[in-house]
Write a protein that binds this ligand. Structure first.
Ligand code: DC
Length: 224
């Protein structure tokens, strides 16, 4: 079997998709594209402009007009990519707790999804790409040559987020993080437009059972 040209990785928040996607992309010399950062960029832009997150029409207009660029990392500060909003580097702003708290409702808006998914599809169709998100194998690139759905329990995912925040030297509250993970899972998987779900032809892996190296080894073995 030839090496898959378009690789889609989907799964819930903090399941290890980005770590896996980045490693696979580096190993194959492919572009790594984490689509969640686009929803985060719109959310940060809305918060900064004082737009009410509940105002679907205004948030959608912002998603349609904003210039979002996702580029290879320009700094060695732990970032997987640069995220630019209208030319400004907002990479770390997209990781703020207020973005975590508001990104699920923003990503549930149909018009926001249409605006961002069409940009993602255009980039994905160029090939030699590992695209990571919630709906890549089901909606954005259903023709992907390899689809992976990476799952993990809410407790394990909250534990990882907690460790990540602590490693950055910041305070973290495990119970609050777990509640946030559960709330986002609920919104992401029950929304009307492209809810989080595994494609019928996806390889499903559970990262509660496998560590990051094992997940990578499995997917790499499928690719090669
Ligand atoms: O993967 P992440 O935590 O950075 O994603 C942020 C939010 O964006 C999350 O609530 C789900 C949403 N998202 C989406 O709906 N579709 C995608 N392809 C990627 C992310």
């Amino acid at each position: 079997m030839p090496i898959p040209n378009i690789i889609a990785i989907d799964g819930p928040a903090a399941s290890g998709k980005s770590t896996l996607g980045k490693r696979i992309a580096d190993s194959l010399g492919y572009l790594f594209f984490d689509t969640g950062v686009m929803y985060r960029a719109v959310t940060w832009g809305a918060l900064q402009r004082g737009i009410a997150i509940g105002d679907e029409a205004v948030v959608t207009r912002l998603a349609e007009s904003a210039q979002i660029d996702v580029r290879p990392p320009s700094k060695d500060d732990g970032r997987a990519c640069d995220v630019l909003l209208d030319g400004a580097d907002i990479t770390w702003e997209t990781r703020r707790p207020e973005v975590d708290a508001n990104v699920s409702p923003v990503s549930a808006y149909r018009g926001v999804r249409q605006a961002l998914a069409s940009q993602q599809r255009r980039i994905g169709l160029r090939g030699r790409v590992v695209m990571v998100g919630r709906d890549i194998g089901t909606v954005v690139l259903p023709e992907a040559d390899l689809k992976v759905y990476l799952d993990a329990s809410a407790e394990e995912r909250a534990r990882r987020r907690y460790e990540e925040i602590r490693q950055r030297g910041e305070e973290a509250d495990y119970e609050a993080i777990l509640a946030g993970v559960r709330r986002r899972d609920e919104i992401d998987s029950t929304r009307a437009h492209s809810p989080l779900t595994a494609a019928a032809d996806a390889v499903v892996l559970d990262s509660d059972q496998l560590n990051a190296d094992e997940v990578f080894a499995r997917v790499e073995a499928i690719c090669r």
